[in-house]
Design a protein around this ligand. Structure first.
Ligand code: ADP
Ligand code: MG
Length: 260
């Protein structure tokens, strides 16, 4: 999917109509809007089918900091993976800028994900053999290939350094993940998630492995990114106090999203 297709607004004939679960499809057309309508997802374990999402409707506005709270096993990670097109739903749709993104073929999904979505996780998922700076650069190398990357290497390195400075890690550029604390690893992961200039940051329990003080620091970084750079953030957490720091919170329970 190219950008021109992505930013094309939704069919005006859909204005005002309700989706299968009562969500207003016309809202999907708003620029920067990320929406899930009627999402269903089950996992199969042998002959047993485990329903996880049973018709999830969710609208994320551009520039919003939304938290999704739910107990362990309620399907938070599953939902976040679907929103970021890491996995496909069994039924329902995901729309971004008014265009469906859940049914885009693999290559298009990779491009979309690289360019428009950044992700951070509870366990950081940094590459252990790379330095903090190289970890931040890695999505650009993957997206552009070696030649494309090398042509703009100076510019990329400057950007990666700026991001690492912004998250307070400019004194750890050459450190490998095992030489960093948990909070420092999450800072590097945030810089990596932002290096391609995404519109949306998807955060899966970003403070789940950190002590509360360090978790607060990570949240402050997320808040600043949201306030000052208009970054849309969707953060899942099982922790009410963490969730309360977002602009809005919804709860995932029994496979559906409810307003808190
Ligand atoms: P949460 O992030 O809220 O803890 P998850 O989305 O990780 O929940 O998982 C929801 C449910 O789906 C859990 O019961 C989990 O065991 C199950 N599940 C998650 N991923 C898989 C998988 N790949 N295969 C089978 N079951 C899975
Ligand atoms: Mg999870």
């Amino acid at each position: 999917m190219n950008d021109a297709q992505l930013v094309k607004t939704a069919d005006p004939k859909r204005e005002g109509k309700l989706g299968p679960h009562g969500a207003r499809l016309s809202e999907d057309a708003a620029p920067g809007h990320l929406a899930a309508v009627g999402l269903r997802k089950s996992y199969r374990k042998g002959h047993v089918e485990i329903p996880v999402l049973r018709g999830v409707d969710l609208h994320v506005r551009r520039g919003e900091f939304l938290s999704i709270i739910g107990q362990s096993g309620s399907g938070k990670s599953t939902l976040l993976h679907l929103l970021g097109t890491l996995d496909a739903p069994d039924a329902g749709q995901i729309c971004f800028h008014g265009k469906r993104i859940d049914n885009v073929p693999n290559r298009g999904r990779d491009l979309l994900r690289n360019k428009h979505f950044g992700m951070i996780f509870q366990f950081y998922h940094l590459l252990p053999e790379l330095t903090a700076l190289e970890n931040v650069l890695s999505p650009l190398l993957i997206a552009q290939g070696a030649w494309g990357y090398l042509r703009n290497r100076r510019k990329h390195v400057d950007r990666a350094r700026q991001l690492l400075e912004m998250v307070g890690l400019s004194h750890r550029l050459k450190h490998r993940p095992r030489e960093l604390s948990g909070g420092e690893m999450q800072r590097a992961a945030i810089a990596r998630a932002l290096v391609a200039g995404p519109e949306v940051l998807l955060a899966d329990e970003p403070t789940g492995n950190l002590d509360s003080g360090t978790g607060e620091e990570i949240l402050r970084i997320l808040r600043t990114l949201n306030d000052q750079q208009d970054l849309t953030i969707v953060m899942v957490t099982h922790d009410r106090a963490i969730a309360a720091q977002a602009d809005r919170t919804v709860r995932l329970a029994q496979g559906q999203v409810e307003v808190v």
